[in-house]
Write a protein that binds this ligand. Structure first.
Ligand code: CO
Ligand code: CO
Length: 311
C-alpha cells in the first residue's frame, strides 16, 4: 500500500505499531499535537492541524518521516463527510510535507478533535535547541502574529471572510521551507511560535541560552484584522494568561498600550519559526525566504530581565 520504501509495517499489515528503518547515525524525533476545530471548514481545519503537528519537527531542524492520525469525532451527531474532509486535509498536508500517514487511532467523542503524531529524523550534531542563542544574533520570525485573536473572533462570528482566509492560509502553511533554508545556514537557536506566544517562546530561548533579547513592536507583522479585533475587545484567555506570565520577565516600553502588549503575547496555532542567527546569515535567510520573514529583534548579553519590548 505505502509508497515510501522506509516503511516496514503500516496499517495494511495489522501489526501493533508502525516500524520505520533509520539509516546509520540518524536520530529519531517524535511529536504529537491535536485540538478542536479553530475554523469552520473541515478540510481547512485538517490542513491547519497537520501543519501545526509537523512544525515541531521542522523547529528542531529535522526531516519528517511519517505520521499517525489522532481523531475524536461525534459519530452519531455529525456526518461522516465532515470527518473525511478533516482527514483529507491532514493527508494532503502530509503529502505536501512528503510523508505518508501510516495509521492512527479514532474514538467517539462529543467534540471533534484532530491532529498527528509525527516521527522525524535528524543528525544529532545538527539539531537545534533553544540553548544556543548568542549576543549579536538577529531574531527572525517567519509568519505574522495574531491567529489566537482571529480564531477567537471566528468563534464569536466577528471575523470577516478575508480575515479568516488570511489567518487560515498562514496557519496551514508548513514551516518546511523556513526550516530547510535555516538548515543551510546553521542558526544558533530555533523554536516555533505556538501556545505561549512570541514573547513566551522567546523567554524560553533566552533562559535556555542565558541571554536577553530586544524586540521591536513596529517590526512585527500582524495578520490582517488582528490589531482591529483586539481594539474591538477580542482578547483570548490564553493570550491574557501569556501576558500575565510575560510581565514577570519583560520590560515593556511605557509607550506600548495594553493591546499592543497583548498582541505580542497572543497564543499562536501553527505559528512561524523564530530563528536566532548572526546578522550576515539573517540577511541570507531573508534573501532566500522572501519578505514574509521579518527581523523583529536581536539577542543581547544577559540582563536582569530576559526580554525588552520597545515600540
Ligand atoms: Co505541541
Ligand atoms: Co514547538
Amino acid at each position: 500500500m505505502n509508497t515510501n520504501d522506509s516503511v516496514i509495517t503500516d496499517y495494511t499489515s495489522t501489526d501493533d505499531a508502525a516500524v520505520v528503518r533509520l539509516s546509520d547515525g540518524k536520530i529519531i524525533l517524535q511529536t504529537v499535537d491535536f485540538f478542536t476545530p479553530i475554523v469552520d471548514d473541515p478540510y481547512t481545519f485538517g490542513q491547519i492541524s497537520a501543519a501545526n503537528s509537523l512544525s515541531d519537527i521542522y523547529a528542531m531542524g529535522g526531516k519528517p518521516l511519517f505520521a499517525l492520525n489522532i481523531v475524536a469525532f461525534p459519530i452519531q451527531k455529525l456526518s461522516n463527510t465532515i470527518l473525511s474532509e478533516i482527514m483529507q486535509g491532514g493527508a494532503d498536508k502530509a503529502a505536501e510535507a512528503g510523508i505518508p500517514i501510516v495509521g492512527g487511532h479514532s474514538i467517539d467523542d462529543n467534540e471533534p478533535k484532530y491532529g498527528l503524531v509525527v516521527t522525524g529524523e535528524a543528525i544529532e550534531k545538527n539539531i537545534w535547541t533553544n540553548a544556543g542563542a548568542k549576543p549579536g544574533d538577529h531574531l527572525i520570525l517567519t509568519k505574522p502574529i495574531g491567529t489566537g485573536i482571529i480564531s477567537t473572533a471566528i468563534k464569536k462570528e466577528k471575523a470577516s471572510k478575508s480575515i479568516t482566509d488570511a489567518a487560515s492560509d498562514s496557519m496551514k502553511e508548513l514551516n518546511k521551507k523556513a526550516s530547510e533554508i535555516a538548515q543551510s545556514l546553521q542558526p544558533n537557536a530555533v523554536t516555533d511560535i505556538t501556545g505561549f506566544g512570541l514573547i513566551g517562546h522567546l523567554i524560553e530561548v533566552c533562559n535556555a541560552s542565558n541571554v536577553s533579547a530586544n524586540v521591536y513592536f513596529k517590526e512585527i507583522e500582524f495578520l490582517p484584522g488582528a490589531i482591529d479585533l483586539v481594539n474591538e475587545g477580542i482578547m483570548p484567555g490564553g493570550s491574557k494568561r501569556n501576558l500575565d506570565h510575560a510581565e514577570n520577565f519583560t520590560t515593556f516600553s511605557s509607550n506600548l498600550s495594553f493591546n499592543q502588549k497583548l498582541l505580542v503575547c497572543d497564543a499562536q496555532t501553527s505559528g512561524g519559526l523564530l530563528i536566532s542567527l548572526p546578522p550576515k546569515d539573517a540577511k541570507k535567510f531573508l534573501n532566500q525566504f522572501g519578505e514574509k520573514a521579518k527581523i523583529i529583534g536581536e539577542i543581547q548579553p544577559r540582563k536582569t530581565k530576559p526580554i525588552t519590548v520597545k515600540f
